[in-house]
Design a protein around this ligand. Structure first.
Ligand code: FNR
Length: 372
C-alpha cells in the first residue's frame, strides 16, 4: 500500500496508532492519570511567540553544537525510552530492530542517543550500530551491585555519560496500561536485566512491568546517594527530571555535569507544569555553571528554537522516536530527525540566526514578557 508523505513528526503518531497493537500504542502514548501535563506539554509552546530579526544574511545556517565536549550536528537528541522492540509487532526486522535501529538513525543524524535501562536491546547490542555518541540512562535499584554492573557495562561499551532519572522513584499511574494489563510479549525482553528472573513479572495484576520495576527501584535513593554514584563511575552524571530552581541548586552543589529538565513526557506526576514554562527559572539558577537540557513535548523545530532562546543547551525527544520507529523502522527515525532538523533550520533562518549561539532571549516573547 502507498504511504502518504509524512510532513511532520506528529503524523507518525497517527500512523503508529493504526499500526500498533492497542496495548503498545497506549504504553507509548499515555500520560499519568488525567493526562493534564501531557496536553500542557504541547500547549505551553503555543504561548511563546517569536520576535525575529530580518535582513540578516541567512544563506548559511549552522546548527551544530557541542554537548559535554562532543560535537553533534544539531541540538536535538534522543531521550531514553523503554522497549523499542515493541514498535515491531510483526517481528520481521527483529535482527535490526528496536534500540539498534534507533541508534543507527541517531548516528546517521550525527546526534546523541540515550539508551534506557529498560531497553529491549542490550547495552552491548546497541553498539552493533557502529560508532556514535551514546548516553546511558540509569535508575537506582535496591541491588547496588546490579547498578554498579550496569555502569561498568556502559563504561566498557563506550557510553559517554550517565543520565540519572530522578523523577520516577515510584512509577506514575498510566491508567491505559492498567486497563490493558500491560505485559511484555514473549519475543521482547528487558535485555539489560537479562539473567535476572523476569518470571517475577506479575501478569495478572495491573501493569506487569510496573509491578516488576516498582519492586526493583530503590525508593529511598536521595541526594546523598549521588555522591555514591560519583564514586563508582568516572562518567559525567546528568540528572534527568528536575523542574525547580531549588533542586537545580542542590544538583549543582552535588557536582552534576548537567541538568535535564523533564516531566517524563507527562507520565509521572500529573499537573506538573510544562518544562518549557519553568526553563528560565532553572537556567537562571544554573547561571552557566552547568548546561541545562530539556525534554517533554518537543514536536517542532519551533519548539526547539524556543527552548534554545530561553537558555537550554539542547533538547531531547521521546515519543516521536518511538512512533516513527513503529511506522518505518530506522528510516522512520532518520526521517523524524531530518524533519525536526529542517524545521529548526528554517526557524533559525526566518528569525535571523545563522548559528545556535546567535539564538537569544530577545528572539522570543513569553507570557511574562507580555504582562510586564
Ligand atoms: C519514557 N521516558 C523514560 N525516561 C527514562 O528516564 N527512562 C525510561 O526508561 C523511560 N521510558 C519511557 C518510555 C516511554 C514509552 C515514554 C514515552 C517515555 C521518558 C523520556 O525519557 C522523556 O522524558 C519523555 O519521553 C519526553 O517527552 P516526549 O518527547 O515523549 O513528549
Amino acid at each position: 500500500e502507498e504511504m502518504a508523505l509524512v510532513t511532520n513528526v506528529c503524523e507518525y503518531e497517527e500512523l503508529a496508532k493504526q499500526k500498533l497493537p492497542k496495548m503498545v500504542y497506549d504504553f507509548y502514548a499515555a500520560g499519568a492519570e488525567d493526562q493534564w501535563t501531557l496536553r500542557e506539554n504541547s500547549e505551553a509552546f503555543s504561548r511563546i511567540l517569536f520576535q525575529p530579526r530580518v535582513l540578516v544574511d541567512v544563506s548559511c545556517i549552522d546548527m551544530s553544537t557541542s554537548i559535554l565536549g562532543y560535537n553533534i550536528s544539531m541540538p536535538i537528541m534522543i531521550a531514553p525510552t523503554a522497549l523499542h522492540k515493541l514498535a515491531h509487532p510483526e517481528g520481521r526486522f527483529i535482527w535490526n530492530a528496536g534500540e539498534l535501529a534507533t541508534a543507527r538513525a541517531a548516528a546517521a543524524a550525527k546526534t546523541i542517543m540515550t539508551l534506557s535501562s529498560w531497553s529491549s536491546c542490550s547495552i552491548e547490542e546497541v553498539n552493533l550500530a557502529g560508532p556514535g555518541i551514546r548516553f546511558f540512562q540509569l535508575s537506582i535499584y535496591k541491588d547496588r551491585n546490579l547498578v554498579q554492573q550496569l555502569i561498568q557495562r556502559a563504561e566498557k561499551a563506550g557510553y559517554k555519560a550517565i543520565v540519572l532519572t530522578v523523577d520516577a522513584p515510584w512509577l506514575g499511574r498510566r491508567e491505559a496500561d492498567v486497563k490493558n494489563r500491560f505485559t511484555l510479549p514473549r519475543n521482547v525482553m528487558l535485555k539489560t536485566f537479562e539473567g535476572l528472573d523476569q518470571g517475577k513479572i506479575d501478569k495478572t495484576n495491573g501493569s506487569g512491568l510496573a509491578a516488576y520495576v516498582a519492586s526493583q527501584i530503590d525508593r529511598s535513593f536521595s541526594w546523598k546517594d549521588i555522591k555514591w554514584l560519583q564514586t563508582v563511575t568516572s562518567l559525567p552524571v546528568l540528572v534527568k527530571g528536575i523542574i525547580t530552581a531549588q533542586d537545580t541548586r542542590i544538583a549543582i552543589e552535588c557536582g552534576v555535569a548537567g541538568i535535564i529538565m523533564s516531566n517524563h513526557g507527562g507520565r509521572q506526576l500529573d499537573y506538573l507544569p510544562a518544562t518549557i514554562s519553568c526553563l528560565e527559572e532553572v537556567v537562571r539558577e544554573a547561571n552557566g555553571r552547568v548546561p541545562v537540557f530539556i525534554d517533554s513535548g518537543f514536536r517542532r523545530g519551533t519548539d526547539v528554537f524556543k527552548a534554545l532562546a530561553l537558555g537550554a543547551s539542547g533538547v531531547f525527544i521521546g515519543r516521536p522516536v518511538l512512533f516513527s520507529l513503529a511506522v518505518d523502522g530506522e528510516a522512520g527515525v532518520r526521517n523524524a530527525l531530518r524533519m525536526l532538523r529542517d524545521e529548526l533550520e528554517i526557524t533559525m533562518a526566518l528569525s535571523g540566526c545563522t548559528s545556535v549561539k546567535e539564538i537569544t532571549r530577545g528572539h522570543v516573547v513569553t507570557e511574562s514578557d507580555r504582562i510586564r
